[in-house]
Design a protein around this ligand. Structure first.
Ligand code: M6R
Length: 366
């Protein structure tokens, strides 16, 4: 049940610290700073000898895949392609028995994702499922896999499944990097420790929800929103925009921040809310200059910043702070305020948060 919350979505947002601990339980050992995933132990040769990984998914799960690609490439040095399942299945892709195809799906029942792995399997690829629903069609059709174990997700807008998927992709990345020797021992242990601390950090963000709830009504007039981020936070911009669209019915676009000047900046005027995801990382200065460009055109700026931020804060109309974490795990934190802001805007607009119009929880027809 809703556990005293008015909607499943907000319950599931607040569930994230607890369910991420469940997701990591028995896998992440904080004491000895080690990660063990049974799929990696049991299918080590297949995974380590793969020439390429292909991650296929739809919607929010596809956004998690984009983050997984950046993690796997930068830390485990494995070439990764990300594919919309609906496109992949119909475009006669080159697939060989040297490929491992990952299907990422909360429900494990998404028709296009299932069809994509059936195609890949028929061409000899090894299939790895990352699902939430135990015993679901995609998990059964996979050769191996890792459940995200975040408990049933009822709200149509995916929240805890997204952070669960990203957490599994993070664990997978660290396991493979360790096996392949693409990471130093010191950095591996540091990252294991950082990942294990993420649930506590999310708890801290959730404590600021009252402030986010207060900001939300000032945005209900908007007909459009732009979400901008770079690096690991570019997929978070896409996810923030999707969350807003599906439950508040406000049109929103996510872009890599630097792409703005190639078109979308033409939309910016004093009515346009622009959400920047701008934590302290190596791209901070770059994002700051993108923020200044929007400010010069009088956009209304809401920024997600690291605790204690000064420079981005000075140019923003509103800020939401998140704790400092290694940049590869930033999406696990920066997405949370975006889930909250879309929830509170939808509530302020009187929308059917858990059952938005025209949407189904799992898309079992193509
Ligand atoms: O169950 P799946 O993860 O395969 O679902 C994929 C999408 O249908 C899903 O993420 C959808 O985009 C959500 N409504 C997003 O909040």
């Amino acid at each position: 049940e809703k556990g005293g919350y008015p909607h499943f979505m907000i319950k599931e947002i607040f569930d994230q610290p607890r369910v991420l601990r469940d997701c990591m339980r028995g896998r992440v050992n904080k004491e000895v700073k080690e990660i063990l995933l049974s799929a990696v132990i049991d299918h080590k040769d297949k995974l380590l000898n793969a020439k390429r990984f292909i991650l296929t998914a739809c919607g929010t799960s596809w956004h998690a895949a984009l983050i997984g690609k950046q993690m796997l490439e930068s830390i485990a040095k494995i070439p990764v392609e990300v594919e919309y399942a609906s496109e992949f299945r119909y475009r006669d892709p080159v697939i060989t028995d040297q490929d491992v195809v990952f299907a990422i799906s909360q429900s494990g029942e998404t028709a296009d994702t299932l069809a994509a792995i059936e195609l890949a399997k028929s061409r000899g690829a090894y299939i790895y499922g990352i699902c939430n629903a135990i015993g679901s069609s995609i998990s059964r059709a996979s050769d191996t896999g890792t459940y995200i174990h975040v408990g049933p997700e009822i709200g149509v807008a995916s929240t805890k499944a997204f952070t669960g998927q990203v957490a599994v992709l993070a664990m997978l990345t660290l396991c493979l990097a360790k096996e392949k020797g693409t990471i130093t021992d010191e950095r591996y242990k540091y990252l294991v420790d950082q990942l294990a601390s993420v649930p506590d950090m999310i708890e801290k963000i959730l404590k600021t929800s009252g402030g986010i709830e207060k900001i939300a009504p000032t945005f209900t007039y908007a007909r459009n929103f732009i979400y901008l981020g770079r690096g690991f936070n570019y997929p978070v911009a896409l996810e923030g925009a999707l969350k807003l669209k599906e439950i508040s019915y406000i049109h929103a676009e996510g872009y890599p921040a630097a792409e703005m000047k190639h078109g979308p900046i033409a939309l910016v005027d004093e009515e346009m809310p622009v959400v920047f995801i701008a934590p302290h990382n190596s791209l901070y200065e770059k994002v700051l200059s993108n923020i200044q460009e929007v400010k010069a055109r009088k956009g209304r700026i809401l920024s997600i910043v690291s605790d204690g931020d000064k420079d981005v804060t000075a140019f923003s109309d509103y800020i939401i702070e998140v704790p400092h974490v290694d940049p590869i795990f930033e999406p696990l934190l920066t997405v949370v305020p975006l889930q909250l802001i879309s929830y509170y805007i939808a509530v302020a607009k009187g929308r059917e948060v858990d059952q938005p119009r025209n949407l189904a929880k799992s898309v079992t027809v193509e």
